[in-house]
Ligand binder design. Structure first.
Ligand code: ARG
Length: 261
């Protein structure tokens, strides 16, 4: 995770971002700190990357890479406004002894690449280049399922789909092309499907450890469905970060180290 010390909305690279609307970095930091403390309380280790000035989206650590079995596929951002984050996160991985591959194609890390226990679900359409999916499949030696995003408000896969457990997901069908909706129905016939209202408050941008699911309480139906399915939903309010088009999941890049999995 990376604290939102320099958080603001100074440019617009997704429809949620309105640079004219004021932001409050101290409030963002309070909300972020609550999320960090909650993860620690639940027994997870949280490493913190130093924020750098001039990189207001650096708080969205999930976009920095995809990590599977200790191997790191770094990000290559679509927009120049975020490319300064690449060396910052790569340096952290290098300092901590992780092997890092810099990708050839645009790849926004766990924003668009969501590993399940058996495969990687990969988004494309707005940010990550479809060719990056094959690159990830080759690097990790895992099957990668390409999913096409069609609604600009759900520009990253992790805004429309969350991995809940080994082979369980929840998603908002409206964010995907008809073909990708069919793929999801086929692969996950029993998945929890979210409606437009829960998706619009970033209910799908959730962090799950297989039991606890951290999501905004405003996603009321989703919260009920998760509880009915045996999960423990926990409310996290990241209203400030929503102004940049991000919420809980965007803030945490999963390292999947043996000890924390
Ligand atoms: N402003 C950021 C962007 O548009 C938000 C990133 C949110 N992160 C995420 N994992 N969806 O790139």
């Amino acid at each position: 995770m990376c604290p939102p010390s320099h958080f603001e909305v100074t440019y617009s690279i997704n429809p949620w971002m309105e640079p004219d609307k004021p932001t409050d970095a101290p409030l963002a930091t309070v909300q972020w700190e609550r999320l960090r403390a909650l993860l620690v309380t639940l027994g997870h280790r949280v490493d913190v990357v130093s924020p750098r000035p001039g990189l207001p989206d650096m708080v969205f650590a999930a976009n920095a890479a995809t990590v599977v079995d200790g191997r790191v596929l770094a990000a290559r951002y679509r927009y120049p406004q975020r490319s300064g984050e690449e060396p910052a996160y790569q340096a952290w991985f290098a300092e901590h002894g992780y092997p890092v591959l810099r990708p050839r194609y645009v790849n926004e890390g766990e924003g668009d690449m969501l590993p399940t226990g058996t495969r990687i679900l990969a988004g494309t359409g707005f940010r990550t280049d479809e060719r990056a999916h094959a690159e990830a499949a080759e690097y990790f030696g895992l099957p990668v399922v390409t999913l096409r995003l069609v609604d600009p408000y759900f520009y990253h896969l992790d805004t429309a789909l969350a991995v809940l457990g080994h082979d369980e997901i929840m998603y908002y069908p409206g964010a995907f092309s008809p073909e990708s909706q069919a793929v999801l129905r086929e692969l996950y016939p029993t998945a929890i499907q979210a409606g437009a209202a829960d998706a619009a408050v970033f209910g799908l941008n959730a962090i799950s450890d297989g039991r606890h699911v951290l999501l905004p309480q405003a996603a009321t139906h989703l919260t009920e469905r998760l509880r009915a399915a045996g999960f423990e939903p926990i409310d996290v309010d990241l209203s400030e970060l929503l102004k940049a088009g991000g919420s809980a999941k965007c803030c945490a890049l999963e390292l999947r180290d043996q000890e924390s999995s």
